[in-house]
Design a protein around this ligand. Structure first.
Ligand SMILES: [Zn+2]
Length: 268
């Protein structure tokens, strides 16, 4: 699933090509792709794209008097050139007046486009962005949950944009067992995790995201951060720090990868 670094990479590719363009039509080929929060879909016609931003794992187009968000979920991709794509997997197209077209491709049909009134808060329940160490530290200091820290990191209401890959990588870097109840983290563990999360995410943005399965940018380019992963999907391979085989367990219904020696359950 595209997480914060992949969506950030996508947005950086979209921004120069879409900003200032007028939308001529939003074509929905799979009806459930569109979730409407108020504005009639026809209102999108002739709207100019004023901004292209990311919020959590959402692509956000700021239009003149509405907002359009895209969530790619498991396997969605947005592409400028849809030649070579399976036509049965095309869920929506945003047509622009200069005959540019952004196509939403998704084999699994989970990707969603949402329309929001411009003046109202959108994505109101999402937690803060995790790219600043101070912000992450404040959030972690306030967490009183008994849930495993891995589950808390995946909760978009607590921090926005972290998914399975970067939760595992951040916990590895911070040397924290993924099943540690969040409220039991020591102050030193919280400090290490608050430093690790932005560091991993920034490195992954520099690496243009992680491509293990479906992820490609809008120009079909894969990321390269998969070559820097230390824990995620390295089950049985030696820990890059201590050589112990990386273990896989299930936490919050998600496959979770960690080093049993570097990330011991007892607080260090
Ligand atoms: Zn290790």
């Amino acid at each position: 699933m595209p997480e914060l670094p992949e969506v950030e990479t996508i947005v950086r590719r979209l921004r120069p090509r879409l900003t200032g363009r007028r939308i001529s039509n939003l074509e929905i080929l799979w009806p459930r792709t569109l979730c409407n929060h108020g504005p009639a879909p026809e209102r999108i016609r002739n709207q100019r794209v004023d901004s292209v931003e990311r919020r959590g794992k959402f692509i956000c187009l700021g239009l003149q008097d509405l907002r359009l968000t895209i969530h790619l979920r498991m396997s969605g991709r947005v592409v400028f050139d849809c030649r070579g794509e399976n036509p049965n997997h095309i869920r929506a197209r945003i047509h622009f007046e200069n005959s540019e077209c952004l196509t939403l491709v998704d084999a699994r049909k989970f990707a969603r486009i949402q329309l929001w009134p411009r003046e109202q808060p959108f994505l109101p329940r999402m937690g803060p962005e995790p790219l600043r160490r101070e912000t992450v530290k404040e959030v972690l200091d306030d967490v009183v949950s008994h849930r495993p820290i891995k589950a808390v990191l995946l909760d978009q209401h607590i921090l926005a944009g972290i998914g399975n890959i970067y939760a595992d990588e951040s916990l590895f870097l911070a040397r924290i067992h993924p099943q540690t109840p969040a409220r039991n983290l020591t102050p030193r563990q919280r400090s290490r995790l608050a430093a690790a999360i932005p560091r991993i995410l920034e490195a992954a943005i520099q690496g243009l995201g992680t491509t293990l399965n479906d992820y490609r940018d809008p120009n079909h380019q894969p990321g390269v951060f998969q070559h820097q992963l230390c824990a995620y999907q390295r089950t049985g391979k030696p820990c890059l720090v201590c050589g112990t085989p990386i273990a896989r367990i299930v936490v919050a219904q998600r496959g979770t990868h960690f080093c049993p020696r570097c990330q011991r359950e007892r607080a260090k």
